[in-house]
Design a protein around this ligand. Structure first.
Ligand code: MG
Length: 371
């Protein structure tokens, strides 16, 4: 028996009945021979890690633009933190950890430069030209834009991974694995955005007392008289909050699986059925963090200034390329024949890292910069 078959056997024995099994995958668009040592989902995960779009995450903004400081989360470190949370949850529920990981590592590939600035301005510029939405862009990258294989465009991922990345226009819940990634994403950013906001001095530690989960974490720290300075306390509080969100999600999801009698992946038929989720009590507390972050961090005047600046760069670049496509590099001009000018420019800009976009802006607008 080849190793892959042994791994598939192990999945059948160890995973829950409602987990996706790699041997039951609906397969790939372009037929390929299975790998001797890796299951289909393990192979997908590796293809994602080896992609160009994945490496670009290192220089793309999560909330803080890359040059603001070395310790803020980038899209890459956000993805890695989120992936670990998602894997822990998936493993605890005996779901397919490899499928969770593949979806988690790819989930932010479609974001443009400068965080949400990219999404906002590109969707506006693409009105009437097919639009832009980062989840759809993510699929476009893995299905078409990555160029690594002679036999097919994109990464030729399995149906289940692609379905997990398709957040809109889903007719049914794709899998519990995909739902977990969605929730692990918010657990990760709610935790690390508090941390980064404090580090940047945009959030004041006193103002966090408005948040219930924060107060409860601090109460726990003082009741246990945990030693350490303010920084250690802050980090402990954030760790406790992430842990509470993840634990609650695991226990509540276990309950829901029982309640709705989910026994196999195909039982997830109704789109409104909520299987993966927080308890009602914790959901309210999580919403409180989200509200707080929106008002105090994402709408902080310095963050808004960063976002607006990013939007201007993108807008100007877009306008310039469309006005005179001869300024585009040959590989992008080549694509215009297939995809049209607007879509090709949009793909090109969406693929840029913050750093590349800034360099390009300088080259095109600064009189003393080489082009
Ligand atoms: Mg994310």
């Amino acid at each position: 028996m080849v190793i892959r078959e042994a791994l598939e056997d192990h999945e059948r024995q160890w995973l829950a009945s409602y987990a996706m099994k790699s041997a039951d995958s609906k397969g790939r668009v372009y037929l390929e021979k299975e790998h001797d040592f890796r299951t289909a989902f393990q192979r997908d995960r590796d293809r994602i890690i080896h992609s160009t779009a994945f490496r670009r995450l290192e220089y793309k903004t999560q909330v803080f633009v890359n040059h603001e400081g070395d310790h803020y989360r980038t899209r890459l470190t956000h993805t890695l933190e989120m992936n670990q949370i998602a894997r822990t949850i998936g493993r605890a529920l005996r779901l397919n950890e490899d499928l969770v990981e593949a979806i988690a590592l790819a989930h932010d590939l479609g974001h443009g430069p400068f965080g949400h600035a990219g999404q906002e301005v590109l969707s506006k510029l693409m009105e009437g030209h097919g639009g832009f939405e980062h989840n759809r862009q993510c699929l476009r990258i893995v299905e078409q834009l990555e160029e690594s294989y002679s036999a097919f465009p994109g990464l030729n991922l399995t149906f289940e991974v692609r379905e997990g990345l398709r957040k809109h226009a889903r007719k049914r819940l794709p899998s519990l694995e995909a739902e977990i990634v969605d929730l692990a994403d918010s657990i990760a950013y709610n935790g690390h955005d508090l941390d980064d906001g404090l580090r940047a001095g945009l959030l004041e530690i006193k103002s966090l007392e408005k948040i219930k989960l924060w107060r409860e974490a601090y109460r726990y720290i003082s009741e246990k008289s945990l030693p350490g300075d303010e920084t250690i306390k802050r980090k402990t509080a954030i760790r406790l909050i992430i842990n509470r969100m993840a634990n609650d999600l695991i226990y509540q999801t276990m309950k829901n699986i029982k309640k709705y009698r989910i026994q196999k992946p195909s039982d997830l038929v109704k789109p409104r059925m909520k299987i993966v989720g927080f308890s009602r009590d914790l959901e309210k507390k999580v919403d409180e963090i989200k509200d707080f972050l929106m008002r105090h961090l994402y709408l902080h005047h310095r963050v808004v200034r960063m976002t607006e600046k990013g939007k201007r760069f993108i807008h100007e670049l877009f306008r310039l390329y469309v006005a005179r496509p001869e300024q585009l590099p040959p590989h992008v001009r080549q694509r215009t024949k297939m995809d049209g000018l607007y879509r090709s420019v949009c793909d090109y800009i969406a693929g840029m890292t913050d750093r590349f976009a800034l360099d390009e802006y300088n080259k095109l607008f600064s009189p003393f910069e080489r082009v």
